[in-house]
Design a protein around this ligand. Structure first.
Ligand code: ADP
Length: 449
């Protein structure tokens, strides 16, 4: 390791006065190679301590200053003393001194005891080029050691500076401690305030949830009462309305007495009104049953080809206009596990609506797989529905204002019922529609129930 080192200066320690000289020289060398002031004092102090201890062991000590330029430039000092076997004792005495430098080793060399110290140069130190090394050597050769008194004065100054620094550091520490205490108090106060606020907010949230629970219980009760009422009323209405229709038919029967033309017209009016009422009552009853959760699907393997065929056949009579093409595609999927009656009911509702609101163009039914689901699509080229009403049309009795069916009438119960059924079948119903262009209703159901 020392082979890579560049020699700077050597000197010999013989008498007590030389301890001062080596201290001064050490500081000079440290300054010349670029160590900072505090490090200069550290190196100088370490040197004079080691020098003092070695001198006490008698005989001369050789001191060599070198610089290792490999890797991080390092100032190295080697002190060789001819008395062998002193290493252990010296190492113990110099333990404290070792803390002043980066490394300190005490060895028993072949010819005596060797103490090696090293201190790394700071990153900002000027580069030690060969020219610079020559300059340093020349400067050190000129160095004239001062008297012990001079050295004492320098040491005193350094001591005063060190004491000042310690005091400044102590003051800083006290100030920092005070600030820390203050901050801690502030943080505690903030923490307490936040905990209180949190507690208060929590109390509020708990109360709000309790109220919400209560409200949803009330809401559920109200909704159940409504469904019960609807089911009862519509059930009770069905019999008399059916009777009115029957009586009306009897009155106009060929076996009955002849009616005047006016009477005939009025009885016909009663019959159609009663029949509309029956449709409404039936719709209400269906919806009430679906809402009351009393509808249990009857799961089976549904043959979609057969179902589509039936829909094609039963709905064709509703196509009263030649401008409208009614297309039921061949199903792209052979079957589905579902409730046949409920599924057909939803598709019938959607197709009836499409035919009702389409004056020309096409009404089409198709089915296709989508992910793990099947999508039944009913599209038309009819009046369409404004986007802001896409959800409202699924509310009971809601009909798009101003929209007149091309044919037939409506109750505003078909879509809410269809959506309920879709839910019961484990899926959903949605609409995409552009006013003037048409609508696409998509019934999405799981392929497997
Ligand atoms: P309705 O018995 O009136 O058809 P629905 O619940 O089935 O009741 O539909 C609600 C309303 O949604 C309809 O009155 C109509 O305004 C609108 N609607 C439904 N389907 C269509 C469609 N295919 N094209 C245009 N409007 C539609």
């Amino acid at each position: 390791m020392t082979g890579a080192a560049e020699s700077l200066m050597r000197m010999r320690l013989r008498v007590a006065q030389d301890v001062f000289a080596v201290r001064q020289l050490g500081r000079e060398v440290a300054r010349a190679v670029g160590l900072e002031t505090q490090d200069q004092t550290r190196v100088a102090t370490a040197l004079s301590e080691v020098g003092r201890v070695l001198l006490a062991a008698g005989q001369d000590t050789e001191v060599a200053f070198t610089v290792d330029l490999h890797g991080v430039p390092t100032l190295q000092v080697t002190m060789e003393h001819p008395a062998p076997g002193e290493a252990g004792r010296l190492a113990e005495q110099l333990q404290q001194v070792g803390r002043l430098v980066d490394t300190m080793e005490v060895d028993d060399g072949g010819s005596g005891t060797v103490v090696r110290m090293a201190r790394r140069l700071p990153p900002g130190a000027p580069r030690l080029t060969p020219g610079r090394m020559d300059d340093i050597r020349a400067g050190l050769a000129q160095h004239v050691p001062g008297t012990p008194l001079d050295e004492l004065a320098v040491q005193n100054q350094q001591l005063i500076a060190a004491l000042d620094e310690v005091r400044a550091q102590r003051d800083d520490l006290a100030r920092l401690n005070a600030e820390l205490e203050e901050t801690n108090r502030g943080v505690m106060a903030l923490y307490n305030q936040l905990s209180e606020e949190l507690e208060e907010t929590n109390r509020g949230v708990v109360a709000l949830y309790a109220e919400l629970d209560e409200k949803s219980v009330q809401l559920r009760a109200a909704s159940e009462a409504k469904s019960r009422f609807l089911a009862n009323v519509s059930h009770e209405l069905r019999a008399p309305v059916t009777a009115i229709i029957g009586l009306g038919r009897l009155l106009t029967d060929s076996g009955s007495d002849d009616l005047t033309e006016e009477q005939d017209r009025q009885v016909e009016l009663i019959r159609t009104s009663a029949s509309d009422l029956l449709t409404l009552v039936n719709g209400l009853l269906d919806l009430a049953k679906a809402e009351a959760g009393r509808m249990e699907p009857n799961w089976s393997d549904v043959d979609l080809r057969a179902m589509f065929g039936q829909l094609r056949g039963t709905l064709r009579p509703l196509v009263t206009r030649s401008e409208v093409d009614f297309v039921v595609e061949e199903p792209a999927v052979p079957g589905i596990r579902s409730d046949e009656v409920l599924l057909a009911q939803v598709l019938r509702n959607l197709l009836t609506n499409a035919l009702k609101f389409t004056a020309s163009g096409e009404v089409r039914l198709s089915v296709r797989p989508s992910g793990g689901d099947l999508e039944f699509i009913v599209s038309d080229t009819g009046t369409g529905i404004p986007p802001e009403l896409h959800e409202r049309i699924f509310e009971e009795f809601y009909q798009v204002p101003g929209s007149k069916p091309v044919s037939g009438k409506g109750t505003g119960l078909g879509l809410p019922y269809a959506r309920r059924l879709a839910g019961i079948l484990g899926g959903g119903l949605r609409v995409d529609s552009v006013p003037g262009s048409g609508s696409v209703f998509t019934l999405q159901l799981p392929a497997e129930s």
